[in-house]
Design a protein around this ligand. Structure first.
Ligand code: NAG
Ligand code: NAG
Ligand code: NAG
Length: 354
């Protein structure tokens, strides 16, 4: 073995060692990055893109499987006009309420990304001094039917299950909405146990906003991937850092390290500044492809450019309640038996006792 091979071997062993401890604690913070949880939540962030509402509502879509098996949707909200979609449900395996928001659909993503360069910090976040955010992202959650739909479903879920954890997730623009939702549930509805995990989200507010945000929702993980362009936008100017957009912590940067034929994906848990220069900011944000894949899961609309819905109304009605209002909002909701989660707890105990 020559020196170089040996060095490679040693580096390889170090990498294995550093990625083996999959539950990594972010520096100076209580936030724990849990790899297993991330690979589950990314499935929900991907599933919310499905446009066949029947499959989604009954959780029978091709990807409604494996890691998300047994998920029970309480409410599925689609704002057809603005092309927004979200769901709220309970995940027996996680013993948690999961809320997921869809990002921008397929072919329009290019335009959406180009627009991101010019987004202004143009609205004050209510009740937080000096906190400014982007109006479009803010109102996609706050000024549409999504917010009341999500809030009422969370209330119903809490009546059934009590204080179980609430996990909010989303990809791209859906990540921005997930962050606003997590903050809203905490600040305006006094909920505890809210955590947020987003994938490839853009920046949404200024430094003042970020400091409030991270105080209220410290359990936030913002996953970025390689050269994904979206987390680089709207731009951050480090010399005007009071005035420009700023990310909130904690970033986890997924990137590949290659040694010849050997390529390893490393998950770097970044510092608590939100703008760790050694994470995604250390590379150029120039890839849309990297934006569309996280943990090997493809995220994005199946039908590029179209914001359409497919629904077998009869089937959905047999399963729950359908509301279609004049503005083109579709809300599917249903009650689920209180036993879903309790059964799971029991079966876990059984497994343990075997
Ligand atoms: C990580 O998440 C998984 C899935 O929710 C859970 O089973 C596991 O206990 C978590 N690990 C830690 C250390 O919290
Ligand atoms: C909310 O939406 C309505 C109608 O789309 C609009 O007229 C209003 O200005 C919006 N408000 C905010 C704060 O964005
Ligand atoms: C958070 O969730 C855990 C697990 O379900 C629960 O035991 C705890 O009481 C909850 N905490 C709060 C503050 O609601």
């Amino acid at each position: 073995m020559d020196g170089r091979t040996l060095l490679k071997g040693v580096m390889f062993m170090c990498l294995i060692a550093s990625s083996a401890g999959r539950e990594l604690k972010a520096k100076d913070q209580g936030t724990i990055y849990n790899h297993t949880l991330a690979t589950i939540l990314v499935e929900y962030a991907a599933t919310v893109y499905v446009s066949d509402l029947t499959e989604l509502f009954t959780w029978t879509c091709p990807r409604c499987n494996d890691l998300t098996k047994g998920f029970q949707i309480l409410e599925l909200i689609v704002d057809v006009k603005q092309c927004l979609q979200a769901f709220v449900g309970v995940a027996p395996d996680l013993n948690a309420i999961v809320i997921a928001f869809r990002g921008t659909q397929g072919a329009s993503i290019q335009n959406w990304i180009e627009d991101l360069y010019w987004k202004q910090l143009d609205i004050k976040y209510p009740g937080m001094e000096d906190a400014m955010v982007h109006h479009g992202f803010y109102s996609a959650y706050h000024n549409t039917t999504l917010r009341p739909g999500v809030v009422s479903a969370v209330k119903r879920a809490k009546e059934l299950y009590g204080d179980i954890p609430i996990m909010v997730t989303g990809h791209s623009m859906g990540g921005a909405m997930a962050a606003f939702c997590g903050l809203d549930l905490t600040v305006n509805y006094g909920l505890r146990n809210v955590s947020v995990m987003t994938f490839g989200q853009p920046r949404i507010g200024n430094t003042a906003f970020v400091s409030y945000y991270s105080k209220w929702v410290p359990n936030t993980i913002r996953v970025t991937h390689e050269h994904d362009i979206v987390p680089h936008l709207p731009p951050y100017y480090h010399y005007f850092h009071q005035k420009t957009y700023h990310h909130f912590p904690t970033e986890v940067w997924l990137h590949n390290l290659g040694f010849g034929l050997l390529v390893l994906t490393v998950e770097k848990v970044c510092d608590n500044s939100g703008e760790d220069p050694s994470c995604s900011r250390s590379v150029a944000g120039n890839s849309i492809n990297d934006h569309l894949t996280y943990y090997g899961v493809r995220l994005g609309g199946e039908d590029p450019g179209l914001c359409k819905i497919v629904m077998d109304r009869g089937l959905v009605a047999a399963y729950g309640k359908v509301d279609v209002d004049v503005d083109g909002t579709v809300i599917l909701s249903r009650d689920i038996p209180a036993s879903v989660l309790r059964m799971n707890v029991e079966s876990n105990e059984e497994r343990r006792s075997i």
